[in-house]
Ligand binder design. Structure first.
Ligand code: ADP
Ligand code: GN1
Ligand code: MG
Length: 376
């Protein structure tokens, strides 16, 4: 029942459960996340402007243990808070702050079975669906690089694995192959080209997973979902203020974070653009992100991790492409869609980006080597 319609009665029930300040006015849908139901809620003080909160109904088909999930987020945000204070930053703006329920819990189960959390709204920030300028993208690189640097001392054994095999591209590929074989919606015949594109790259899905298994790449605490709209940028200065969407903070490869950012942010078009002639991987954006990431996180990376960054960018993009295609074949049950065929459009942009990266491979490697020399 966790995915029922969110009506006024339900919103009021949620508002009543949390220890927020002031009088609840109302809440409306917010943001462009593909997973959770996000609302912005307004509260009126006796005088002055409204105070805002983020209400989020956790997608429990995907995050099946919301209690463990929120324990992760509590642990990570309180660790970050201590780091931020030590570094002289502002812990109210530079990390998510959880609002507890009246009985001191980080999550509330509503009368229909849905699980909710509330965060303070971080004001005077923006989230971008696409970099408006290379500087925006650079700012996100610095934010994600610093996030990874700060979490380097976080005890990974404290983390529950919120989604098993999240970036295990080999396992993702097996799931995709099963979806093709089962073809429950009868859609495989319409996407033969896409299926073939994926099949031709099957062997590459093992590269990173096998290196990790052989101990050639170290496991670190990573964010795992570093798209541009998961960082809040300061509205005035453009600086990366706060990394959000902490549901998938888990042990992973440093390159997963780097790669997923490139996948989304270095594209010259939207993730669901239907005109593929508009989709390319911009080397200018690739360069500036690599600069920001290497400046902040580069000195902590091994030479092998750095060498594999271009492969991580390609694999995160390919993996996302097969995930969108799998969801299309399975009837669009995982990612939120707003029109028919949207997951297929998303798959096609990812595959176009993979293709374009293959054409630009030497240049990508040269850029990474340039920043390795400067910052590692
Ligand atoms: P999803 O997991 O569905 O992607 P997110 O946690 O990324 O959900 O939230 C969706 C959007 O809501 C974000 O892209 C951002 O615009 C906005 N958002 C989330 N948390 C905050 C916050 N604390 N302050 C301001 N905006 C936020
Ligand atoms: C989802 O939650 P959101 O919208 O930030 C997805 C990511 C994908 C991304 C594709 C938990 O991210 O893994 O890369 O969509 N999150 C989850 O845009 O599956
Ligand atoms: Mg998000």
């Amino acid at each position: 029942m966790a995915h029922s319609k969110i009506d006024h009665k339900l919103i009021h029930e949620v508002a009543d459960a949390f220890a927020t300040e002031y009088t609840f006015v109302g809440a409306v849908p917010y943001g462009s996340g593909h997973i959770n139901d996000t609302l912005v809620a307004h509260y009126q003080p006796e005088e002055g402007h409204c105070k805002r909160y983020i209400f989020q109904r956790i997608n429990t088909s995907i995050f099946t243990n919301p209690h463990e999930l929120m324990e992760n987020i509590q642990n990570v945000t309180s660790f970050l808070r201590t780091c931020i204070i030590k570094e002289g930053g502002d812990p109210e703006r530079e990390t998510l702050n959880i609002v507890l329920t009246h009985d001191g819990k980080p999550v509330y189960q509503d009368s229909e079975g849905g699980f909710w959390r509330v965060y303070n709204f971080i004001e005077n920030t923006v989230t971008l669906q696409q970099a408006k300028t290379p500087e925006d993208f650079y700012a996100s690189a610095v934010a994600f690089g610093n996030f990874q640097r700060k979490l380097a001392d976080f005890d990974a054994s404290k983390l529950h694995e919120s989604i098993k095999n999240f970036h295990n591209t080999k396992v993702r590929f097996e799931t995709f192959e099963k979806a093709v074989t089962e073809d429950i919606m009868g859609r495989a015949k319409d996407v033969e080209k896409e299926i073939q594109f994926a099949m031709e790259r099957k062997e590459e899905t093992a590269i990173l997973v096998d290196m990790l298994e052989r101990g050639e790449l170290p496991l670190r605490v990573t964010h795992n979902d570093t798209k541009l709209n998961n960082v809040l940028l300061d509205e005035n200065t453009g600086k990366g203020i706060c990394v959000i969407d902490l549901d998938t903070v888990m042990p992973g490869l440093a390159g997963y974070d780097y790669g997923d950012s490139i996948r989304f942010g270095a594209s010259t078009g939207a993730e669901d653009e239907t005109d593929l002639s508009k989709i390319n991987m911009s080397l200018e954006l690739f360069d500036i992100y690599t600069k920001g990431f290497m400046e902040t996180a580069g000195s902590a990376l091994t030479a092998k991790e750095i060498e594999m960054l271009p492969m991580c960018a390609k694999m995160m993009t390919f993996e996302c492409g097969i995930r969108f295609l799998t969801d299309y074949l399975q009837g669009d049950t995982y990612f939120k869609t707003h029109r028919p065929g949207q997951n297929l459009d998303r798959c096609r942009t990812q595959f176009k980006l993979v293709y374009d990266m293959e054409q630009k491979w030497d240049a990508m490697q040269k850029i990474v080597a340039k920043y390795q020399e400067l910052y590692a």
